[in-house]
Design a protein around this ligand. Sequence first.
Ligand code: HEC
Length: 249
Amino acid sequence: MKSVFPVFAVALFSASPLQAQTSPDHDHAPPQHWSFEGPLGNFDLAAVQRGYVVYEQVCSSCHGMKHVQFRDLEGMGLDAEAIKSIASGYQIQDGRDLSGVLKYRHGLPDDAFPTPVKPAGVPKGMLPPDQSRLAVVYPGGPDRVYALITGYGPAPEGVAVSPGQFYNRFAQGRRIAMKPPLRDGEVHYADGTPATVEQEARDVTTFLAWVAQPHLVARHRTGVRVIVYLLCLALLLFMLKRRIWSNAE
Ligand code: HEC
């Protein structure tokens, strides 16, 4: 018990799928402090909600979330009415009419976030990736999502950037076809938080991490319970051993 426990604990605490990686053809994203990291990590639901506002008003015009239903927003503290009204604000593709033209209807809580068919401002043939699991599958995780959406800047001298591309030192190849999505004051936060680019980026990254790992907090809680249980068991076995062997000398 004594020798396996530390190994087990290290394995449990270090296995986070949100961990950063790096690659030579983009800059390494500076590590950020996120409330949801670490074995005791927790989501700040106010930040998740603000992040949703950024997703809805900015990112969703290009990026869909086909694995996330409107109903899933319950987990960030919204009630059924709020979810209904968010859902009905989206147009969902619903077959074709007799002349073959696509039909649309208002969204319902059971629908998934739709993928925009021809997003404006996106070069032809370029598909903005789905954001359902982006914070987990994007190499570099939340740190790099944050770095990328705040990391635009003028290209260094001698570096050519073709039309329709933007210089971004955190993008693969340091160029990306997504125009800078955020500006100061791009959204209005109901809780009065000033909407700076950094704040919007932090919040939307938190939202994307939450959406990608809705059970993270529950998993952490289970992990903590397992550790406490094992510690108690270890103590009990230790006491038992002392007792059994106390007369042996
Ligand atoms: C005008 C459309 C548009 C908007 C709005 C937009 N994006 Fe993008 N995004 C794109 C396109 C197009 C790409 C693919 C670019 C490429 O591969 O060069 C992309 C790529 C990305 C990537 C990189 C994924 C990868 O695999 O390289 C991330 C991360 C990302 N977007 C996050 C966001 C976030 C967060 C928002 C909202 C704050 C947002 N985007 C808003 C069009 C958009």
